[in-house]
Design a protein around this ligand. Sequence first.
Ligand SMILES: Nc1ncnc2c1ncn2[C@@H]1O[C@H](COP(=O)(O)OP(=O)(O)OP(=O)(O)O)[C@@H](O)[C@H]1O
Ligand SMILES: [Mg+2]
Length: 1042
Amino acid sequence: MDEGGSRLRRRVSVRKRDRPSPGKPRQEQEEEEEPGAGGRRRRTAEAQPLQSNDSEEDMFGDYDSFAENSFLAQVDDVERQYMQVFERGKLAAGLSTDGLRGDGGAPAAGGFAASETDAPARNRRRREDASAQLGILDDVPSSQGFYFEDLGISPADGGNPCTGERAWASSLETLNEELPQNSVEQHQQPDDSSSEVRSGSEENRRKSLKEHLKSAMTGNARAQTPVFSRTKQLKETLLSEEISVAKKTMESSSDDLGPFYSLPSKVRDLYVQFKGIEKLYEWQHTCLTLNSVQERKNLIYSLPTSGGKTLVAEILMLQELLCRRRDVLMILPYVAIVQEKISGLSSFGIELGFFVEEYAGSKGKFPPIKRREKKSLYIATIEKGHSLVNSLIETGRIGSLGLVVVDELHMIGEGSRGAILEMTLAKILYTSKTTQIIGMSATLSNVEDLQEFLQAECYTSQFRPVELKEYLKIKEAIYEVDNKAENGMTFSRLLNCQYSDTLKKMDPDHLVALVTEVIPNYSCLVFCPTKKNCENVAEMICKFLSKEYLKHREKEKHELIKNLKSISGGNVCPILKRTIPFGVAYHHSGLTSDERRLLEEAYSAGALCLFTCTSTLAAGVNLPARRVILRAPYVAKEFLKRSQYEQMIGRAGRAGIDSVGESVLILQEKDKQQVSELISRPLENCYSHLVQEFTKGIQTLFLSLIGLKIATNLDDICHFMGGTLFGVQQKILLKEKSLREITVEWLRYLTEKGLLQKDVVDKPKDESFHITKLGRASFKGTIDLAYCDILYRDLKKGLEGLVLESLLHLIYLTTPYDMASHCVPDWMIYFRQFSQLSPAEQNVAALLGVSENFIGKKASGQAIKKKVDKDIVNRLYLSFVLYTLLKETNIWSVSEKFNMPRGYIQSLLAGAASFSSCVLHFCEELEEFWVYRALLVELTKKLTYCVKAELIPLMEVTGVLEGRAKQLYNAGYKSLIHLANANPEALIRTVDHLSRRQAKQIVSSAKMLLHEKAEALQEEVEELLRPPSDFPSVEASSTEKA
Ligand SMILES: Nc1ncnc2c1ncn2[C@@H]1O[C@H](COP(=O)(O)OP(=O)(O)OP(=O)(O)O)[C@@H](O)[C@H]1O
Ligand SMILES: [Mg+2]
């Protein structure tokens, strides 16, 4: 495999630089692979420069390195469903008797619990029951027919679609019994019918489910004759749905202003209520009313940071969900942002009646659940978005995706993630003509290429609601960036800094003077080149801040420390303990996600006023500041790129809070020339990485094109390639070969590698391919093709003698290869851990070829003659870390034991959980590995939920991490149902350090999740009762007899 890769590399001349070839020895490659943090990311020399271990550009490990975890999710779901027979009984009882549909009255307690007692509702229920029993319900996807009918308005009236919400709200109302008292108060309704359901015994509920199933089955049996009429009915229903959708589309596009951009005016109220947005900016209005937008053409829009791009995308998504009634996919760059968005949009989903589904980390189902009536907004990371699209194509459902929104579209030019984004979009363009694509970014330059790729219109504006003033600091002088000036800057002022000698020595860059001009009343971000530097700068600044700073919001800071302690089992980082009292903290990937969340919340609330952070924060989370300081024009050792600079300074100036935002770039004399070029140069162009990223780019693409049967012969694949961004840029990116030649070479390479097989055809020009078993296993498991051979070998070897006395051997098999290749063991620790192993565990090491003698020699610095596979040794070391973590479940103690940052250990665990699920999918496709399947199901679960079992249901809720889950559990909120029914005010009272905003978001997210689960169960019941589509028809069987 590797040789082929390097052969190809030599022949492909790529415009910007040479990529590492898969043929290079692993060790050489290591240097180009980004260390740590969750991942399989390959650093590209240009996009993410080479850094030392300590100075890596940290990405929080929160992009998704392994794309698919559907099996785990499914296993969990099935398990939970069984465990919830009781609840299911209730739901089914609700389905058959009461409580499924609301009465159209105002929802109680924040729109969650509503009762239904009125006659129209009962009539409606009867109709629904009747149709369910006749088996018609399933055939009427346009269940909104009933819904609009009930509202007494036509769909064209722009009726409020949130009524459907009450349906599940009331069905859930019956589930309140086990709630803590304080949270139930709010939901109790003087409702006879629901109290009837509540007072019924469990036995009755089960009986009710049974009866429902029985009566529905009898109904089905009756309804089966004549079947042809049912098919006809189905066709008619589908036709009428199509007509109704088409009508609505026409109406919504011609009536562009509706009550609120074709949306119910409630949407406007929600923006005021949840986001404090009273009025759209002018550009937002212009953009939303563009002809191209009205005509649903693909669109790219580009505005400066903080321009308000999100709102436009959100309104378009709501139009798609509510007016056109199609599902929507929103792709965001990081897990943290996906979670932020889920929390922010869940309340919209609840109010307006659509699902918000998370596709990040280990969350997300492939293919997604088909919803009965409401539409889904999938919010996904780049990797999960790709898997989601694959699964929709595979199941023939890609047409259900009405709109795909890509935030930070410029990321398409960044390494393997860019390649994945590109192939996702190219597949959508190729397979679905009805899916609209919208991309946005603040840092796009060669937008024409992207326009051509996406066949999109473009809208740009320079609007920024808060003015951003850019400054440069050289020694004590501050210059303002001024494009009109000769060298791009004009002198502004001298910094007022009367420094003592000690301070001069400790703070030669005058950071203390710069930050104290804004803090504590305004917030400030200091971007530092490395993680270690963040910590040092935070400590240094605090050393020189006056005691006055301690008094500012003292109580909140004290609470924060207490809270950090309580979520980390009594541990607090000593640096944070010293800096937080001054309102200062560092922020990088060494923190656990729980810590990061708490710090971010405190910063957003103003209790913390200064973050020292790495460049990741610029793209990672929405934490703006009055002043942004760039400690040096470097990210690690690489000079800043224009786009990085823009993203960082773009955090300055909060809309609605600051009247102005300022950025200060600190530079030394020696950097003056380069900085002057930096501030005057245009943004870097964005180039396709599809072909440069071998294993995660073009190889994966070809495998999936053939595996999914999107394109299986040479002509079609070439045609597909012509439609990619690479195809658009081939003149620039390909010097020596044609696109067809490249395609032929990679197809040959994949065939030689045993992943593809050529079909036997008469003429060579008809050359077509199919995927082999190994190819399918790699594709299904989303295994990086750089590792599929070695994974196969490792698993095969494991079959010869898997040690199952402990989990160590299995853990070894699911320890991510890429993380292992970056690992640098501490040999003393390695030796100590090794000697503590039991004989069975040591046997694992022996089977892998790692001896105590070797580790001992390494630890004592002796020369080693015998050749030992470094990759195996390193991987085993990481397996030790994971093994210890599973035994102890305490990140802090493992961090100490192995002298590794706690954030890294958390990423390692997440990476292993994902990879374990990938290996499981891999094994599922290969009969010879059947024995691994059951083992890996269990192991994946263990790795995913490395916490006490009782916290798992709470941690399913977006934004509830381990620490918070513990608090909620101790306060009596023991399940998802408890959380969904909780009153945010009661939560604030009973859970320490929980803000109103967080409480509301937790409750909204829990409601949304519970709603999704309830829907899925209802769907399952209906599926169970639905006659099979291939049921032999009476006519057919009588004809056969005749
Ligand atoms: N019409 C509006 N009125 C008031 N505030 C608004 C309006 N539109 C957006 N905002 C607010 O402006 C802030 C920045 O908006 P947003 O996050 O959409 O910026 P962006 O263009 O996506 O920037 P970036 O490129 O940095 O991601 C948000 O806090 C948002 O709530
Ligand atoms: Mg944005």
